[in-house]
Design a protein around this ligand. Structure first.
Ligand SMILES: Nc1ncnc2c1ncn2[C@@H]1O[C@H](COP(=O)(O)OP(=O)(O)OP(=O)(O)O)[C@@H](O)[C@H]1O
Ligand code: SF4
Ligand SMILES: [Mg+2]
Length: 306
């Protein structure tokens, strides 16, 4: 059995706020999103902690109650839209069924809500009776976005919602999310590897490396003055077309195997600022003004664990 640990320092999302969660592929972003709604596939499991939503600890909630929260109060856009839709059923029927399960409306009203939700993401009404395979990948992605947002949840977990889309549709979807955030006061967790998108569109950024959050703070502050060496390197590796031609910066090495991560700071084998203490002791998370950072550079090299 594989066991793993997801070390998350305190992370919160407020109503009407968009929090971008970024990190390299395999850093555990989707696992964090799935943990919130307790959908971590076995043998993964949540060993400790608290997930508070509307004053309830979701980790203690009976499965039946949680099922009512998922889809209604917490909308989810999963990373792979094809596996999230039933290939044997028309998309319209899938939307209508979800609405009826969670609300008291009749079929006709549910159809109206579903059509409005499809329209919001740019899917024409004549696609209502299509099967998922009749739609392009980007259209399926948009159907998933319509499904996740049509009941105006308090929290939306959007895992790579625009990755399969061209830049124009991507921008339209991001405008939709911004609009939902403002008009419905929706809290949005945007999971993506696209740091440039997050800096541009989110209120706060959480940077993840090898199953741990290393820095969390307002997007503007983090983009102007990143503290964690990993965040610094991620930002440096974003190409800037306005700057003179320079060699593209990349982060040498690969993320560790999370079943057997390095001792101490998990980033030390790739960190240009590594110190002796980093190899032995895991840095604890420090609160500095309006952000959190987890790096020995800000502990004054003190040997304090998490
Ligand atoms: N803390 C952890 N310890 C060990 N394994 C983990 C941990 N978190 C996630 N994993 C495993 O690592 C793999 C990648 O995790 P996950 O899919 O969450 O990463 P991701 O950041 O979403 O990657 P991508 O950007 O490619 O979608 C999964 O197989 C998952 O089970
Ligand atoms: S704790 Fe040490 S190795 Fe880790 S990011 Fe900070 S300086 Fe680098
Ligand atoms: Mg993922």
């Amino acid at each position: 059995m594989v066991s793993f640990e997801l070390l998350i320092m305190y992370l919160s999302i407020n109503r009407g706020e968009l929090l971008g969660l970024v990190g390299e592929s395999g850093s555990g972003k989707s696992s964090l999103g799935l943990s919130i709604v307790r959908l971590i596939p076995p043998p993964g499991r949540i060993v400790d902690g608290e997930i508070t939503f509307r004053g309830m600890n979701l980790l203690k909630l009976p499965e039946k109650e949680l099922r009512n929260i998922r889809g209604k109060h917490i909308g989810m856009i999963f990373q792979d839209p094809l596996t999230s839709l039933d290939p044997l059923r028309k998309i319209g029927d899938q939307l209508v069924e979800t609405i009826i399960v969670h609300t008291r409306v009749n079929e006709e009203e549910a159809k109206e809500i579903a059509l409005r939700a499809l329209e919001r993401v740019g899917i024409a009404p004549d696609r209502f009776d299509d099967y998922p395979h009749q739609l392009s990948g980007g259209m399926r992605q948009r159907v998933m976005i319509a499904m996740a947002t049509m009941l105006n949840p308090d929290l939306l977990i959007a895992d790579e919602p625009t990755t399969a889309l061209d830049v124009i549709v991507q921008s339209r979807i991001m405008d939709l999310l911004s609009d939902l955030k403002k008009s419905m006061k929706m809290a949005i967790l945007l999971i993506t590897h696209d740091l440039a998108l997050v800096i541009e569109r989110s209120d706060r950024v959480a940077v993840m490396y090898a199953g741990e959050l290393c820095e969390v703070g307002p997007s503007e502050v983090i983009s102007q003055e990143p503290l964690h060496p990993y965040t610094q390197l991620l930002l440096e590796s974003i190409p800037d077309i306005e700057k003179p031609r320079t060699k593209l910066v990349y982060i040498p090495g690969n993320p560790p195997d999370m079943r057997n991560p390095p001792t101490g700071c998990r980033f030390w084998p790739r960190c240009p600022k590594v110190m002796d203490v980093c190899k032995r002791i895991s840095p604890r998370s420090l609160e500095l003004d309006d952000r959190f950072v987890r790096c020995h550079l800000y502990n004054g090299g003190l040997e304090c664990g998490k």
